[in-house]
Structure formats: C-alpha cells, structure tokens
Design a protein around this ligand. Sequence first.
Ligand SMILES: Cc1cc2nc3c(=O)[nH]c(=O)nc-3n(C[C@H](O)[C@H](O)[C@H](O)COP(=O)(O)O)c2cc1C
Length: 386
Amino acid sequence: MVDLMRLDRAASIGDLRAMAQRRIPRFAFDLVDGGAESERNMRRNVEAFEEVELTPRYMTDVGQIDMRAEIFGQTFDVPFGMAPIGMLNAFWPGADLILARLCKRENIPYVASSAASTTLEQLAEAADGNGWFQLYVSGDPDVTAGLVDRAEAAGYPVMMVTADVPAAGKRDRDIRNQLSVPFKITPEILVQLALHPRWSMESLAQGKPNIANYADLLKAATSYADVQKTLITPSFTWDDLERLRERWKGKLVVKGILHPADAVRCAELGCDGIIVSNHGGRQVAFGPPTVEVLPRVAEALKGRIKIMLDSGVRRGADVLRAKALGADFTFAGRALAFGVGAGGAAGAQRAMEILKLELERALGQLGVSSYGDVGASELTVQPTRG
Ligand SMILES: Cc1cc2nc3c(=O)[nH]c(=O)nc-3n(C[C@H](O)[C@H](O)[C@H](O)COP(=O)(O)O)c2cc1C
C-alpha cells in the first residue's frame, strides 16, 4: 500500500528520492542512484544545471502557457520524456510498465531500454504509440540484428543507439554491495530484505527480474562478464553506425554524444538526432556535465539535426535551461524512476506532476508563454568548469 498522504507532501524530486531510499533495500536503491567511481560526474550534472541562470522578463502576458513540443513529427504535451533505464524492475517491481503507461497517459515519449526487465514488445504495447526503442550494440551481430528486427516489427518509430558504453561503467556502490551474476543473497542483502518487508514481498510476488529481451541468451550467464559480452561491445564503430543507418528506416538517434566533432559526424552519417548524454554520470567520473558541452555541440551542428539532452534533470526549469543552451527536447532518467520508488504508479504520477508544475511556473516566471520560444536571449550565465 502506498501512503498517498506522504506522496502529496513530496514537493520535489529530491523528496521523492528520499522516500524511495527509505522504501527500498540499499543494494537495489544504489543500483539506480549510483554513478561511476567517485560519482563526481553524476554530482556535476546536477550542479551544472543549477549554475545556468535565465533572466525573467515581465509584463508579457503569460496567461496561457504552452508546454507542447514537436519532435520527429509527433507533438508531445511537455518537452521531456522518459530516458531508457535497464533492469528497473529490480528497483521497484513492475516499474517498466508503470512508466510506459504513465508516458502514454501524459503524452510524452517513453524510451524502452534494450536491457529493460520487460520485453520491447510488451513495452511498445503499453506505451501505445509513445514508445521509442534504445539499442545496445552487442558483440554478436546476430543479437543486434535480432533486436533491430524486433523493434521494427513492434512499430517503434525512433531508434536510439547508445554510443557511450565501450566498456561497462565501474560503479563502486555495486561492488561494495557485492552484486553478482547470477544474483546471490549475501547475509548483508538478507538483512536489507528483512528490513524492507513490503518491498521484499512485492518483489517476490513479481518474480526475479531479468533482462527480458535477452532472457534465453543470458540463461547460461555465470558472470557479469558474460552479460556484458551479450549486451555491449568495445568494438562498436562509425562503420557499424553507418550500417545501422542503412538498415533502420525510422528515425535514428545516437545517445551519449559529448564531443562536437562526434555530433557533426552523426549528422554527416544521416542520423536524425543526438542525445547529449553522459549516461547520468554512470560511465565515467572524469567527464563533463552535459549542459557544459551542449552550447558547443549546438554551435557545431547549426540546426542540421535534432539535439536532445539528458543527465541531471531534477527540476522543471532544467528543461528550459537545456532549451536556452540549444536543446530541442530533454529526457529525465532517475527523476521519474525515483517517483516509482517512492510510491509505485502513484509515485510516478507525483514525479510527473512536480516536474510539470515546476516547468509551467518557470515558463510563467520567465515571461515566455511558449516552450518553443525559449532561447539564448533568456540566458544569463552558462555553467562553469567545475
Ligand atoms: C539504473 C539506470 C539504468 C540505465 N540503463 C540504461 C540503458 O539500459 N540504456 C541506456 O542507453 N541508458 C541507460 N541509462 C542512462 C539513462 O538513459 C539516462 O542517460 C540517465 O539516467 C540520465 O541521467 P539522470 O538519471 O540524471 O536523468 C540508465 C540509467 C540508470 C540510472
């Protein structure tokens, strides 16, 4: 049972995160909340957003606020969507379907992860026209081809290829928590489960989460390295991207671009967009926050293809900050996931309400009635190097 009174009292995504932390055993909370190594990049993502200042203009009549945004021929009710998150049912049972349905209801894009705990076919059905598919390029070309074929058959209009995993991220919290493949209950994990009986019972009822799209292939996996080999490859190159571009007839987006030269190369290869992303600070600790590199990426691309951004979005105003710096559209990862962790479907809804309220208020305060009109003229201070 979800304590609805408490969800109502959550004022921010930070409040929902704190609630999720209380409800979920530490090893599972850390799976989502954690970042690479020192977590510097993850922290900087949020800090750098806060450093971006926009200057309000007044007496502009903001009685009618329009938050809609069009991208790839589809108009969404608000200019942000749900970023792909793998294995999210390990964080909260049923999280994938909760979020796919939320995105349909709210008319925002839902990006189904290759590594989701639910099959891409089930997620396409739940997102019902609002689903995009995220592809990890496997070391085995047949595995990649199989996923692309399935995504096409399931009717996804947009495929997002993730480029920023030449190696798995080293996440110190997961090592400390002794997470292993196959999942083993250590004495410490047993204590955490006992301290969170509600989560443990619900998780038990849903069954052990797996990486559903590769369930058969991973049956024999006995180590994290086995899983990694099936999911990702260090040998993914521009030539592979070119072949994917030839193969995929829908819109093709590359996720995880940080360098302006890489962004330009994506445009030259015929991709339809990029996501400026550092995987929420989960891959490297030494990289730049996304809002810091965004202006240079936008300058290099000169409007040739769509620019999206994620990593560090925690406030509605962050979506406007990204727009002012050159993004067309934004994605939230942990912000909506924390909502699910705080209270299942009701918590996800609360996270959405908070982000929408903040975004609407921020547009009004900024003196710009339409999201589409937010631009560099509102920008005062860009993020500094941290
Ligand atoms: C637990 C977790 C799992 C993720 N799994 C994937 C994934 O399967 N594929 C992918 O492209 N990105 C994945 N990401 C990265 C997100 O798509 C997104 O880039 C990131 O969450 C954005 O940062 P934010 O959480 O600060 O909003 C994952 C992120 C988290 C937190």
